[in-house]
Write a protein that binds this ligand. Structure first.
Ligand code: UDP
Ligand code: MG
Length: 309
């Protein structure tokens, strides 16, 4: 029987880790599996709880980071150290229903799919405004990156080893997993499910956190914003040239030099704004390049029960 590795990022989830394990044990009675908890610098008793579970269950592995590196880094560390032929990524808060797992494993083992991923089809229990912005993000992202990210796509997925190897070949520091998963290609089957509210603990995502995450995602997958200044600059130059001719003709005909305060103010402000914005966009890409060139590790392990980490 093939081994399934379940990669589970955990950040301050002391209440969830044990419930999660119980659920998996219930669901996967007939499968060979290992659980790889990644403790992402939790400040509560998450690590202690995980160690207790590892002591009494030989198929529970863990990696504990030296500080909080973020969920994306935790996923990377998990994928890198998973030993199964099938690898699953899952949240510990049970918002990714374990009940889908048997179907996902079945599809990826017997059908011609390399990846089976879960898609949230409802957003019940979520603030309307969050759904609205999320919808907007997918629209904008897909339009400007020429990618086709499925709306409601989650990180909850079961992948074959070659897919994971492909993802690991992208050791970039700025990891936008949704995009990376899509970028590598492979046959993907989507399984729809209804949104489930968190039972215990709290989400770590704030609204601004999500906005920043969206910008990171866009910067990571398209350089289109860099070219926008070229188009905008060309357009404004043409308009400015035409307007210049209009002014010269008007001056020659009516010789009226004093008017035009409003025009001057508007153009200074507008152009100043556009220029600063373009410099900002440039800066954003420069920032990303700078960080990538430093080549810092994506995560630092403090302790683990995996031998050859
Ligand atoms: N998580 C993590 N590191 C972080 C933030 C979150 O490993 O810095 C984990 C968290 O423990 C959970 C998963 O990522 O297992 C999803 O987090 P959360 O439930 O807060 O996000 P949401 O479900 O609201 O998108
Ligand atoms: Mg959650």
């Amino acid at each position: 029987m093939v081994l399934l590795s379940i990669v589970v990022p955990c950040f301050n989830e002391e209440e969830s880790v044990e419930i999660f394990l119980k659920e998996i044990q219930e669901t996967l009675k007939e499968h060979d599996y290992e659980i790889l908890y990644i403790n992402d610098g939790s400040s509560d008793n998450t690590l202690k709880k995980i160690k207790e579970l590892a002591d009494s269950n030989s198929n529970v592995k863990y990696i504990s980071f030296s500080r909080n590196f973020g969920k994306e880094s935790a996923i990377y560390a998990g994928l890198k150290n998973a030993s199964g032929d099938l690898i699953c990524v899952m949240d510990v808060d049970l918002q990714h229903p374990p009940s889908l797992l048997p179907e996902m494993i079945e599809s990826v083992s017997s059908e011609d799919y390399d990846v089976v991923a879960a898609r949230r089809v409802s957003r019940k229990g979520e603030p309307k405004i969050k759904s609205f912005f999320s919808h907007l993000f997918y629209k904008v992202f897909n339009r400007i990156t020429n990618m086709d990210l499925a709306e409601g796509a989650t990180d909850y997925r079961v992948m074959r080893k070659p897919v994971v190897d492909a993802i690991l070949k992208m050791p970039e520091y700025n990891r936008f997993s949704k995009g990376l998963f899509h970028w590598v290609g492979f046959n993907t089957k989507w399984i729809p499910y209804e949104n489930i509210e968190r039972t215990v603990g709290e989400t770590t995502w704030s609204f601004w956190g999500l906005v920043k995450y969206s910008i990171e995602g866009i910067v990571a997958f398209t350089t289109l914003p860099l070219s926008i200044s070229i188009y905008l600059g060309t357009f404004i130059s043409i308009v400015a040239f035409i307007y210049m001719i209009v002014i010269i003709i008007r001056y020659l005909l009516y010789s009226d030099p004093v008017q035009g305060f409003a025009t001057i103010m508007c153009s200074i402000l507008l152009l100043g704004g556009i220029q600063l914005l373009s410099v900002g966009v440039l800066g954003k890409y420069l920032e990303k390049t700078y960080i990538e060139t430093k080549n810092r590790p994506i995560f630092i392990v403090k302790e683990s029960n995996i031998d050859d980490i």
